[in-house]
Design a protein around this ligand. Structure first.
Ligand code: SAH
Ligand code: SF4
Length: 353
């Protein structure tokens, strides 16, 4: 059987289901397996599981990682936002952002190292795809940040998740689904799917599969332009899946799950902020329960796109609202720390080169 959690010669115990962990520790008393599972969910290393026999812990650590994700550095920004740089067992780096809110605390996590979608404004895609993350490495980010912020399984610090760090979740579809199963497992960290958002650049066939999968998370679609020519120039994925197909898939998602779709719209100065764009967005979303999230571009120095002013962003919002579109401006994730996801990792790598 393929080991979906294998990295650098070992595998993540954390990426296995409760039943799999139980059958693996077969021969031990049930409470031993149960304790190990709880310790894993709390983010404990094997060496910290002192109520478990030492020889068993040593044996497990020969084959398994307790948590394959280690916090390498963290940067605290305004209003409590923390940006994390994580190290993986093969020394690859990924990042995540923890954002405390009054309704709960959100972790933005990564699904791949790099990304192969090549969007023209994004830092994550600059070096292409390095590799997919395993389910254990996705869950590991949640567990590490929950522990780092004083959370436990009973009293979680991380209550909401957005899969909006580096990577295209639907380009790592099977592992993302395995991760969703793990993270909402009863007795585990157990984050409800209603508190999880998955963001995609628009892989239409996967949006449809996901709608049929039985998962009921919030679907965000990175839209960014309502005209095919413009969208294709910003997002190469639009050549394969143009706007008509994307909107059809979004409507399908709504009809299959009953959940309104969120359209992410990163505003780029003099490119996608025209009146014509606002009017076309209104046309496309008419009569369809959805919401538009406007984000001011985080300028990436390797790309030649500019952010509009805050005033221009407000004006675009006012236009959409007047046209009857449900829309709000989203403060970009940790932009006082180091821009959009992908930029921190790149800066770290170039400092060390
Ligand atoms: N790959 C997925 C999820 C990760 S990107 C996707 O594209 O949806 C998360 C969000 O950040 C996406 O909406 C993406 O378009 C946006 N984004 C990427 N680079 C950005 C930048 N420089 N400024 C603002 N938003 C950006
Ligand atoms: Fe990949 Fe999303 Fe960045 Fe596009 S915006 S390159 S899909 S991470």
């Amino acid at each position: 059987m393929t080991d979906f959690n294998a990295v650098a010669g070992k595998t993540s115990l954390l990426g296995l289901s409760k039943d799999e962990i139980f059958s693996l520790i077969d021969g031990e008393k049930k409470f031993v397996a149960s304790n190990i599972y709880s310790f894993l969910m709390e983010g404990k290393d094997f060496s910290e599981m002192t109520s478990v026999r030492k020889d068993l812990r040593e044996k497990l650590s020969e084959t398994y990682y307790s948590n394959p994700v280690k916090i390498l550095e963290k940067f605290t920004g305004k209003s409590g936002t923390v940006k994390y740089l994580f190290r993986l067992p093969d020394d690859n780096l990924i990042e995540g952002v923890y954002m405390p809110h009054n309704y709960g605390n959100t972790l933005c996590l990564s699904t791949q190292i790099g990304c192969r979608m090549g969007c023209k404004f994004c830092a994550s895609g600059l070096d292409g795809l390095v590799r997919n993350l395993t389910p254990g490495e996705m869950l590991g980010q949640v567990i590490a940040v929950n522990r780092d912020n004083g959370g436990s399984v009973k009293d979680r610090a991380v209550t909401n998740l957005v899969l909006m760090g580096s990577g295209e979740p639907f380009d790592n579809y099977d592992n993302v689904l395995r991760f969703l199963d793990r993270v909402s497992e009863e007795g585990g960290i157990n984050i409800s799917e209603r508190n999880i958002s998955v963001s995609t650049s628009g892989l239409v066939n996967k949006i449809k599969d996901f709608a049929d999968s039985g998962h009921k998370v919030i679907l965000s679609i990175s839209f960014h332009a309502p005209f095919n020519e413009l969208r294709s120039s910003l997002m190469p994925v639009n050549n394969a899946y143009p706007i008509e197909k994307l909107m059809e898939a979004a409507r399908y998602y709504y009809s299959a799950t009953g959940r309104r779709v969120i359209f992410e719209y990163t505003l780029i100065k003099n490119e996608n902020d025209s009146d014509a764009c606002a009017e076309e967005i209104a046309k496309l979303t008419k009569g369809f329960p959805s919401h538009v999230n406007l984000i001011r571009l985080n300028e990436v120095k390797e790309h030649n796109h500019k952010a509009p002013t805050e005033n221009a962003t407000e004006e675009f919002l006012a236009k959409l609202t007047k046209l009857g579109v449900s829309a709000t401006i989203r403060k970009s994730l940790g932009n006082d720390i180091e821009g959009a996801c992908g930029q921190l990792r790149r800066r770290y790598l170039s400092d060390k080169r």
